[in-house]
Each structure stands twice: as structure tokens, then as C-alpha cells.
Design a protein around this ligand. Structure first.
Ligand SMILES: NC(=O)c1ccc[n+]([C@@H]2O[C@H](COP(=O)([O-])OP(=O)(O)OC[C@H]3O[C@@H](n4cnc5c(N)ncnc54)[C@H](OP(=O)(O)O)[C@@H]3O)[C@@H](O)[C@H]2O)c1
Length: 233
């Protein structure tokens, strides 16, 4: 099988919408779900209805490499991440280091090892800089650097808050903060700071999924950052 796209983090708020957008636009999509997902049957049914192929390869470098060799995708999307709430719930089991960095770095290594040379589209975040002291942003800065040095074609996508009423975890504080930020940014935009306003304005999973589907395949976005107005924000 030669796939158009492999989506890691396909069950996430952004990932599930990206699988839908890609599949409905006629792309051949592989949706990766961890084999021990408590909602595996639900995802199998949902992705099958969209015509996407479910991949339940365990998070292990050699097995992922083999899977990528088999599906030979043109674009690999890395949309993985944990949250402070999930870290607290898992005890010592999950961290930005082990999930946001660790799994994304393993996926990157598997892409390189596979010899398939897909474009690696990494969902990073606004605010990433090499000197940041914030742990959430620091793992993203590190992974961005490794993506650039990997030898693969890439696109680094840097959205602001990804919000909406239909998240599995409601995140009310985040929605209030994003709403307040958007009000302030609208005022700034009206005063002429449009680039700044569009870079930090919140987005929805649907807007972001459409942007990811577009920039991931667009030659103009090869080996560069996509942010702000690039993402339709
Ligand atoms: N939310 C925001 O405002 C925002 C803003 C900028 C950037 N980002 C970044 O964008 C990315 C996607 O965000 P999102 O809000 O769509 O994420 P999300 O809904 O929290 O989804 C996270 C994804 O990561 C997977 N994952 C988490 N822990 C895992 C583990 N231990 N093993 C295997 N898979 C695991 C989840 O799989 P399961 O369903 O199996 O747990 C899910 O597919 C993340 O890196 C996030 O940090 C988010």
C-alpha cells in the first residue's frame, strides 16, 4: 500500500479531525492508534467509516519502521501530546519528555530508518524558541531542531490555543483564557499589529486540520514554519 498520509495522534482533538478532512478529500490515510487504547473498537469503527486504515503498531522503533515501510506515506503527521492533568492521572508514567518529545522523536527516527523519506509535519506550538525555559515549549524546541537536522523534508506547524466545545477533556480554563486573549488580539489587530494578532489567536480543530491537510502537501511549505495566517487563524 502507498498511503498519502500517516497520522500519529489520530485519536486526539486535532488528529481525529485531520483524519476526517484528509479522508473526505480523497487522500489515502493511515490513522495510528496505540494498541492498548481503551477506545480501540470505537476508533476502528469511526476510521473505517471514513475509509481510513487503522494502524495499531506498538510504540516501538523497529515495529514502527516496518509499518512505515509497508504504508510508505508521502506525509507523516506527528500530533502527539500529553497534558498536566494526564500526567497527574498517570503518576510518574507520562511527561512532556516521554510523550511530547519521546514518542515524536521515535516516530521521526522510524521515518528516517524506513528509507521512505516522507515529509514530517510536526504540530509544535506558538512561542517555541531555542532559549525558552518553559518545559512544554522546551521539548518542542528540541524536537523542532531534530526535525530540521533529520534530513527529511518537514513542515513545523505552530498554532496558538486549539479550542472548541467538543473536546473529550473540557478544559474550561483554557477556553476562557483563549477567549480573553482573542478579544485583546482583535484590538491589537485593529491597531495594526495584524501579524502578531494572527500568530497568537486561538483556532479550532477543524480550522487547524484543514490547514494541516493543506500545508502538509504544499511544496511552498516544505522545510519551513507554518503559523498565524498560514493556518487560517
Ligand atoms: N491544545 C492546545 O491548545 C495546543 C496548542 C498548541 C499545540 N498543541 C499541541 O498539538 C498537539 C495536539 O494537540 P491536541 O490538543 O489535538 O492533543 P490531544 O487531544 O490531547 O491528543 C493527544 C494525542 O496524543 C496521544 N497520546 C498521549 N499520550 C500518549 C501515550 N502515552 N502513548 C501514546 N499516545 C499518546 C493521544 O492518544 P490517546 O487518545 O490514545 O491517549 C492523542 O492521540 C499536542 O502536541 C499539543 O501539545 C496543543
Amino acid at each position: 500500500m502507498t498511503a498519502d498520509a500517516f497520522v500519529a495522534g489520530a485519536t486526539g482533538y486535532t488528529g481525529r479531525e485531520l483524519v476526517r478532512v484528509l479522508a473526505e478529500s480523497g487522500r489515502k490515510v493511515v490513522a495510528h492508534v496505540r494498541p492498548d487504547s481503551s477506545r480501540l473498537d470505537e476508533w476502528r469503527e469511526r476510521f473505517a467509516a471514513l475509509g481510513a486504515t487503522l494502524d495499531t503498531t506498538p510504540w516501538e522503533r523497529t515495529q514502527l519502521t516496518e509499518s512505515l515501510r509497508r504504508s510508505a506515506p508521502a506525509v507523516v503527521y506527528a500530533l502527539l501530546g500529553t497534558t498536566r492533568a494526564r500526567q497527574r492521572a498517570s503518576g510518574q508514567g507520562e511527561s512532556y519528555e516521554s510523550v511530547d518529545y519521546g514518542l515524536s522523536a521515535m516516530l521521526l527516527a522510524a521515518c528516517v530508518d524506513s528509507g521512505v523519506c516522507p515529509r514530517f509535519v510536526y504540530l509544535s506550538s506558538v512561542g517555541v524558541s531555542p532559549t525558552t525555559k518553559n518545559p512544554y515549549l522546551a521539548v518542542r524546541a528540541r524536537l523542532e531542531r531534530e526535525v530540521r537536522e533529520s534530513g527529511l523534508p518537514f513542515t513545523l506547524v505552530r498554532p496558538s490555543f486549539i479550542t472548541g466545545p467538543d473536546r473529550d477533556d473540557a478544559r474550561p480554563g483554557e477556553r476562557i483564557l483563549a477567549g480573553a486573549l482573542d478579544v485583546g488580539l482583535s484590538a491589537l489587530g485593529a491597531l495594526g499589529a495584524r501579524t502578531l494578532a494572527s500568530r497568537y489567536r486561538s483556532t479550532t480543530n477543524t480550522t487547524l486540520a484543514n490547514a494541516l491537510a493543506r500545508v502538509g502537501f504544499d511544496p511552498e511549505f516544505a522545510n519551513r514554519i507554518a503559523e498565524g495566517a498560514d493556518l487560517g487563524a
